[in-house]
Design a binder for this molecule. Structure first.
Ligand SMILES: Nc1ncnc2c1ncn2[C@@H]1O[C@H](COP(=O)(O)OP(=O)(O)OP(=O)(O)O)[C@@H](O)[C@H]1O
Length: 490
């Protein structure tokens, strides 16, 4: 039976998850704070961890780093509210498998857990194969090759931004250049790396991805280069590293800036000499591996701060690609949305046909902080919740379906610099932008309505949209709250 550790300070959520996951044949352990969670991690040895993003004694980033430091291969699912989505998507770069947003839906949780467990099983399977020697030292079996390249179909869209991205991939793909990929979290850096590999002569050779996220110094070294039996305490068997697994093909190092400095030194040697030794080994192993790396932060800035070796940066920077954020790929937003809808329909055996006009408008205005990953998750949940033919706005997270309004409240909360009207009132020429200045007459009534709207929204957010709690805090009955919410289209 597979084991799941749930870390959450909300006892109700823990209780519900324990009941639901046990019913679905998982063994469950619960911790109500981060420190207990870390103790249970050692004692319970879970196959997967689900942890709340905000714990009493620790934040999501800290607990994730601590888990990954000790057990880098245990998939971690972050539980978060949508109001924290911007922070949560950034925490993904520390090596979380995925995030799930509240309110939690059983089917969605089960799907995500299954996927996460399958992904580590196949990873461990290919590692096991290389350890047992089936792959024959330097050679990598076809089975391993198949497993190490994800069988995911990607699309790239047809808008101007996407075409430019594809053009760069097509240009650099067939060369042997090292490529540096920049982009926000979830924007598809790994898919770009895979596409580069597929456009190269190495396409039939392995594509091996390694997340350098929050990996410790000792582990990073042996993950990259492998180790010999007895090389250090805990090295009970020989291990083949990612570089050897990728021999002949492409290695993709995600979040490369997070590699410990000592490992960067080893990496530089390998990149320069095209040969490596396993840790604790003496044999020089020749390497023919193309290196593609990705980073959230600009590497030359990281090198200025002394976090990343400058010589290594220059080695990697033979060609660099910026993956645009989803919000800048407007022409393709609905193309991606339809792709994720088809993907989810196939996964769930559903036949949802498309999106209501409101949803399309919401998708086009929302900022997509978590990019394609966020969109995939939003559509997955909305499809699960849809019984009819079209996804309606009510199945979207509040923050997305009310994005324009939330922006409006943000704007009235934050005084903005008044535009210099004279600058816009001249006849527009090429150098003066055409800006329509909408002037609204101030009125006491509208101010009161705005204040009321703002307060209801704030309280709803504070209590995670629990309407009974919100009504109590606002000192009104539930019915009045419902009527107000209806009036404000909340
Ligand atoms: N080109 C694409 N077509 C369809 N789906 C995509 C594409 N690129 C990414 N995705 C979806 O978005 C998810 C995240 O993509 P990916 O892991 O490539 O992003 P990333 O930029 O490497 O993220 P991170 O910075 O967190 O490592 C993927 O699991 C996939 O579901």
């Amino acid at each position: 039976m597979q084991r799941i550790l749930v870390i959450d300070d909300d006892t109700d959520i823990c209780l519900l998850l324990r009941r639901f996951l046990t019913k679905n044949n998982y063994e469950v352990a619960i911790a109500h704070d981060g420190n207990t969670g870390l103790i249970l991690l050692q004692e319970f040895r879970p196959d997967l961890v689900m942890t709340d993003f905000r714990l009493g004694d620790m934040d999501g980033g800290t607990i994730l780093s601590k888990i990954k430091e000790k057990f880098p291969f245990i998939p971690v699912l972050i539980i978060t509210g949508y109001s924290d989505i911007k922070i949560a998507v950034n925490v993904m770069k520390l090596g979380a498998y995925d995030y799930i947003t509240k309110p939690l839906f059983p089917d969605e949780i089960l799907l995500t857990i299954k996927k996460a467990l399958e992904s580590t099983e196949s990873e461990q399977g290919s590692m096991q194969e290389s350890l047992s020697g089936k792959s024959g030292g330097n050679e990598v079996s076809t089975e391993t090759k198949k497993k190490s390249s994800k069988a995911v179909k990607y699309i790239f869209g047809d808008g101007e931004e996407s075409n430019y991205l594809l053009k760069q991939i097509q240009l650099v793909g067939p060369t042997n250049y090292s490529v540096l990929i920049y982009g926000e979290s979830g924007s598809g850096k790994e898919s770009v790396a895979q596409e580069i590999h597929l456009h190269s002569k190495r396409a039939n050779q392995p594509f091996v991805a390694m997340d350098c996220g929050a990996i410790s110094k000792d582990l990073a070294g042996s993950e990259l280069f492998g180790h010999e039996k007895g090389a250090f305490t805990g090295a009970l068997t020989q291990k083949i590293g990612h570089f050897e697994l990728a021999n002949g093909g492409t290695i993709f190092l995600d979040e490369v800036a997070n590699l410990p400095y000592e490992v960067q030194v080893l990496l530089l040697r390998v990149v320069q000499e095209r040969t490596m030794k396993r840790i604790g080994g003496t044999k020089e192993i020749p390497l023919d591996v193309r290196i593609v790396v990705a980073s959230n932060e600009k590497l030359h800035e990281a090198s200025k701060r002394g976090k990343f070796r400058e010589d290594l940066f220059h080695r990697f920077n033979e060609f660099s690609i910026d993956v645009p954020p989803l919000r800048d790929r407007k022409a393709d937003i609905m193309v991606f949305a339809k792709f994720f809808l088809d993907q989810t329909n196939a996964e769930l055996g559903k036949h949802v046909k498309g999106f209501s006009p409101d949803v399309i408008e919401n998708f086009m205005t929302y900022a997509w902080y978590g990019n394609l990953r966020e969109m995939r998750n939003v559509i997955k949940r909305a499809t699960l919740l849809t019984d009819g033919d079209f996804i309606e706005a009510k199945t979207l997270p509040f923050e997305i379906s009310n994005y324009a309004k939330l922006l409006f409240t943000d704007t009235i909360n934050t005084p903005t610099v008044q535009p210099n009207i004279s600058h816009y009132t001249t006849t527009p020429t090429e150098s003066t932008p055409i800006v329509e200045v909408v002037t609204k007459k101030p009125s006491l009534k509208s101010a009161a309505v705005e204040a009321e709207y703002e307060m209801i929204l704030k309280v709803l957010k504070d209590v995670n949209f629990n309407k009974s709690k919100a009504a109590r805090l606002l000192n009104i009955d539930r019915k009045t709250l419902y009527n107000k919410m209806k009036m404000f289209e909340l």
